[in-house]
Write a protein that binds this ligand. Structure first.
Ligand code: ADP
Ligand code: ADP
Length: 541
């Protein structure tokens, strides 16, 4: 360790930390270190490591530089605890767009990993890992186990078949049905294996979920054949490829069956409001590789509730004319949690409903961010300042992050290159996310010309809490207004890189609101936003 402290060192991200742990414990077996270029290339192209072993997802360590002046570097966590020494064998350049297309099938920045990858270091570092210390946890320590420990507990249950269940959401009655049916079908033990590393931004936090899983398993499952264990995985939300990966990981934990339902590891909808993957794409891909993985897939179509009969069936088994009930994930959030309503018993166990209600204050006590974007002079600040007053009138006290003001404090010294603009926007997004997490309202008004940076702020803040308002004023009109005389300067060439003149503006693809200002007054527009916030439940009464 003394030796380690003399090495060049880098802090690794939460994602790399999760990867490191699974590399070290055997969760990613046969991988034992971050991938070198030969493995990486073949994984992208063929879902295989260089030696031919099936492996669908890159496990790589992004770094900022190609030289460290040493063949060993120390990896530290965000609190600077030393984790491992990486014996560098190669550092190679990678291409975010190519990786995203190959692994995720998209470069749409609404995909949470696409947005995140844009910020990773431009190189990947690989080599043998000498682990000094695994990440330390203080929560739910009794449920955190290595693959070897899980395998041992499962084998003590004495059933040759083990069914694993992956989840990143609270488990409702549907999931209870899926898991119990699957275990019964193969007369196996059940490994309930929720992801607690990183899931989709905006998901129910793992503290809340694990509290509810624990009660659920204690009360409603057969303890002689059920094991609840936490998985410190950083999900990629890669749908089909991720399903294959999940199966490989669960095999490492001792399962020989794996449940895949509808939209497994799905990242939600793209910029056009369409799902990134088909609902059964993940099942199809895993079906092709299941034998090679050594895990039998237990596929389910969507389960629905028959009202009359009071039971769950698969959609393809619904008798004609039967009345079905269902509550979507969006409805759970918007219609129940956001309003402080208890979920019904046919949908979720009362213990789960109660934990969720405690954790989710009604939306009018939650934070939100109104994010204005548009050209200079479009009217963002003007509308924002009226919105501020209207919110104060409604009992909310918003923080206001106006682009011009931010540039005199928080972002003082930054210019208008793409990089500086992105830095500025991400700083605003960072502050806004802290305010929103603490339950506050925040109004941001900056040109924010780049879609990717805005989407990253959306991800940081949480899509449910992010209201993107496009102030859609034509360039000619902004130029005519020319409040600060900047357009004239830009036209005369005295100002370089001015948005709309010689610098790009990327309009939002699917903003929550679009405002026009040539036919609508600032006050009317501010009231439109208030109405939107009312509809979404962010304002009381
Ligand atoms: P993930 O993003 O890992 O799919 P979930 O917790 O939403 O996370 O789902 C866990 C598992 O349950 C997945 O295999 C998923 O396909 C399945 N599943 C979730 N909801 C349903 C449903 N309504 N019908 C069938 N399967 C479902
Ligand atoms: P931004 O913050 O987008 O750079 P500002 O709000 O500072 O823009 O400037 C917009 C200018 O346009 C203000 O001088 C405002 O009075 C004027 N304006 C004229 N009509 C409107 C309208 N309907 N909505 C907003 N601003 C308008």
């Amino acid at each position: 360790l003394a030796e380690a402290s003399r090495l060049p060192s880098i802090q690794i991200s939460m994602r790399s930390l999760c990867d490191l742990e699974l590399l070290a414990t055997g969760g990613f077996s046969p991988l034992t270190g971050f991938m070198g270029q030969a493995d990486y290339e073949r994984v992208l192209e063929e879902m295989r490591l260089a030696d031919g072993t099936l492996w669908p997802i890159p496990v790589t360590l992004p770094v900022e530089q190609s030289h460290f002046g040493s063949d060993r570097i120390l990896l530290r966590d965000v609190h600077n605890n030393p984790l491992a020494i990486l014996e560098l064998s190669e550092i190679y350049r990678w291409d975010a767009e190519r990786e995203a297309l190959a692994v995720l099938g998209t470069t749409d920045p609404r995909h949470p990993l696409v947005a995140e990858m844009a910020r990773w270091g431009k190189f990947y570092a690989a080599g043998r890992l000498r682990v000094l210390q695994l990440p330390r946890y203080y929560d739910f320590t009794d449920l955190r186990r290595t693959p070897a420990e899980v395998r041992q507990l499962l084998s003590a249950m004495g059933r040759p078949n083990v069914v694993a269940f992956q989840t990143r959401n609270p488990m409702h009655r549907i999931h209870e049905e899926l898991t119990k049916r699957a275990a019964a079908q193969v007369d196996g033990s059940l490994l309930i294996h929720p992801v607690v590393g990183m899931t989709k931004p905006g998901d129910v936090d793992h503290f809340t979920r694990v509290r509810s899983y624990r009660l659920l398993v204690e009360k409603y499952y057969d303890s002689s054949r059920t094991l609840l264990s936490l998985l410190p995985l950083a999900m990629r939300m890669a749908g089909p490829r991720e399903a294959v990966w999940h199966a490989i990981i669960r095999r490492n934990y001792g399962a020989n069956h794996f449940i895949v339902g509808r939209d497994h590891a799905g990242p939600g909808n793209d910029s056009n409001g369409r799902p990134f993957y088909g609902p059964y794409d993940a099942q199809e891909l895993l079906a092709r590789y299941a034998a090679e993985v050594g895990v039998t897939m237990i596929p389910f179509t969507e389960l629905v509730y028959l009202k009359r009969e009071g039971r769950y069936v698969m959609v393809d088994e619904v008798p004609p004319g039967a009345e079905i009930a269902s509550i979507s994930g969006t409805q759970v959030r918007d219609e129940y949690l956001a309003k402080g309503r208890l979920l019904p018993e046919w949908f979720t166990r009362p213990e789960t409903a109660e934990i969720l209600r405690q954790m989710y204050p009604p939306r009018h006590r939650q934070g939100f961010c109104v994010w204005f974007t548009g050209l200079s002079g479009a009217g963002k600040s003007t509308i924002a300042s009226i919105l501020n007053i209207l919110l104060l009138e409604r009992g909310r006290t918003p923080a206001v992050l106006d682009g011009d003001v931010v540039r005199t404090h928080l972002s003082k010294g930054l210019g208008f290159s793409r990089e500086d603009r992105d830095t500025n926007i991400l700083r605003i997004g960072f502050v806004a996310s802290a305010v929103v997490k603490a339950g506050g309202a925040v109004i941001c008004a900056a040109v924010s010309p780049y879609r990717a940076a805005r989407n990253e702020c959306r991800t940081m803040i949480g899509s449910d809490q992010f209201i993107e308002v496009f102030v859609d004023t034509p360039l000619e009109v902004c130029e005519q207004r020319d409040v600060k005389g900047l357009y004239a300067k830009a036209r005369r060439g005295e100002l370089r890189g001015f948005t709309g003149i010689d610098d790009p503006y990327e309009p939002p693809v699917n903003p929550e609101l679009v405002l026009t200002t040539t036919d609508v007054t600032p006050e009317e527009n501010a009231r439109k936003i208030i109405r939107y916030l009312e509809e979404k439940g962010f304002l009381e009464g």
